[in-house]
Ligand binder design. Structure first.
Ligand code: ADP
Ligand code: MG
Length: 143
């Protein structure tokens, strides 16, 4: 496990960018942490690392946003507003999870039952005693 501390959004973006540079086909990254911790900031950096130039935002109302212009396809899920797990089937999540692209999932705990065993887990937490913009980020490879 790796722990990174950031004190501004740019540093979380930069961690995402570095991981995007290293991303491999079929990789699944679960982004855990409360609302507003920086999961989307991380994703934006990750997309940059993959060579995606367009805007990347949280796909809250569509669950899945797909980007094809990078080094690898990026599937960005934000399942915060999912009603039922069957919505994932309707989206065709298996083509993403088990395809040649990279999958990033915000709020993975809401779709626990369909998550594969081998994922990269990124947990972002605040610690207000260390300042409003402080984030503790744990990266854990489940192999
Ligand atoms: P989430 O997707 O987890 O709900 P967002 O990435 O949309 O959160 O928003 C995170 C917010 O926190 C942004 O407004 C960002 O500027 C701010 N922020 C402050 N400090 C940090 C930090 N160290 N890392 C990431 N975001 C930070
Ligand atoms: Mg978000």
């Amino acid at each position: 496990m790796m722990v990174i501390e950031t004190t501004k959004p740019e540093e979380t973006f930069e961690l995402g960018r570095k991981m995007g540079l290293q991303a491999v086909p079929g990789q699944i990254i679960c982004l855990e942490g409360d609302l507003g911790v920086g999961k989307t900031v991380f994703t934006q950096g990750f997309a940059k690392g993959l060579g995606i130039t367009g805007p990347v935002n949280s796909p809250t109302f569509t669950i899945l946003q797909q980007y094809e212009e990078g080094r690898l396809p990026l599937y960005h899920f934000d399942v915060y507003r999912i009603g039922d797990i069957s919505e994932m089937d309707e989206i065709g999540y298996e083509d993403c999870f088990f395809g040649e692209g990279v999958t990033l999932i915000e709020w993975p705990q809401l779709i626990e039952e369909i998550l594969p065993e081998h994922v990269t887990r990124v947990l972002i937490e605040k610690d207000l005693e260390k300042g409003f913009d402080y984030r503790r980020i744990c990266v854990e490879e489940r192999i």
